[in-house]
Structure formats: C-alpha cells, structure tokens
Design a protein around this ligand. Sequence first.
Ligand SMILES: C[S@@+](CC[C@H](N)C(=O)[O-])C[C@H]1O[C@@H](n2cnc3c(N)ncnc32)[C@H](O)[C@@H]1O
Length: 211
Amino acid sequence: MRMRKKPNLIPRLERCARVGISEPERCRGRWAERFPGFSELFLELGCGKGRFTADFAAQNPKSLIVAVERVPEAIVVAMERVCEKNLANVRFILGDARLLGEVFARGEVSRILLNFCDPWPKSRDAKRRLTARGFLALYAELLPPGGEIWFKTDNLPLFEWSIEQFEECGLTLNALTRDLHRDGPVSPMTDYEEKFFGQGVPINRLVAARE
Ligand SMILES: C[S@@+](CC[C@H](N)C(=O)[O-])C[C@H]1O[C@@H](n2cnc3c(N)ncnc32)[C@H](O)[C@@H]1O
C-alpha cells in the first residue's frame, strides 16, 4: 500500500495510544489475563486503514480483536476509527506479521483474519505472501486444534495459489467461494473490498481450519 506521509503522524498516534500495544511481547502467553472478559482472541493481519477492523469488532463485542499492520500511516487511520467508535475490544500492534511468534503463545489465537493481503506477483517474492507456507506454519503454532484462518482476496491467482498452500499444510478448507457477494453484499467489508465491490470485481473467500 503506497501512501503519502500523513501530517502530524506522531501526535495522532499518541492521541490513540489507548488502543495501541507498544510492547506486545510482554503479553505473550498472558493475553487472556491482560484482557479479561473476552471469550476469544481474533488476530487480523495487515488491517490497513481499519474499516473492517472497526465494523467486525462492533459485530463481535465479546471477542478481542488484535490488528497488526506494519505501515504507520495506515494503522493511525485504523486506530482513529476505533477510537471514534469507542470500541473497547480492539488493540493494535504496529509491526510485522513475521514476528507473531514473539507476541502470541501456542494456541492463544482462535482465528486469523487475512483480508486482501499483498499479492507479491513475482515468484521470487512468493515467500512474502501472508499465505505462504512459512507464514502458515507460524499460524499453526498460534491456533488451537479447530482454529481457523479466514481469507479474502480479489486476486484470483493469489487465491488459487493459496488454496494449494493451505492444502499442502494439511488445513481443511470450508466456505470456499469465488464470488462472495454474488447474492448481495456480505458485511463487514474492508476498504479494499468496498472499492473492488464497487467496480464489480468478484471477491474470493475461504475458511481454512486446523486439524
Ligand atoms: C492490500 S492492503 C489491504 C488492507 C486491508 N486489509 C484492506 O483489505 O483494506 C495490505 C496491507 O497489509 C499490510 N501488510 C503487508 N504485509 C504485512 C506484514 N508482513 N505485516 C504486517 N502488515 C503487512 C500492508 O502494509 C497493507 O496495509
């Protein structure tokens, strides 16, 4: 996601500090203790500007949503959205998904949400895709048996490639569709999804479950 530098980035991040986690490694193995009262923890990777994050959190008030994003200019918009809506069940981590193993212990995450991750179309960059086998092995460490990865993308080649990765990693695929909104809009949508939906681009979606 290319973005112009947002003015006043630091003061804006500071104003939303209550929904950010500055040393997430300290929560490892202790998320339920640090954030009591939630039935489960959902992890969203690459939340971008957070339209989905805020709407999904509002729909799931009993779940803690932890959203990870590595671009400060994007995450600040997501944090502002959540603060404006006064949502108590969202926390943000500014950082790279590669470091998840340092932040979450085995089985601590019930569901991973992957929405419109960067396709990295060149095969030499395939390892960077958030559905690459290296990432799936990392996710399998965080999810309990039966834990799920919910994946949406407009990019059909990425979707087909990801299906192979999921299957090779022994994940069971459910709710697979290559046109999620065929019978009308399914909310919540992400910022990218709204744009593609408006252009009539079909959205691919699946749920991959751990054994
Ligand atoms: C194409 S955008 C989609 C944003 C949002 N999910 C949506 O659907 O509107 C992909 C986002 O993932 C973030 N991202 C990509 N790789 C990441 C990684 N390894 N760790 C954290 N964020 C990442 C990018 O910075 C970008 O904001």
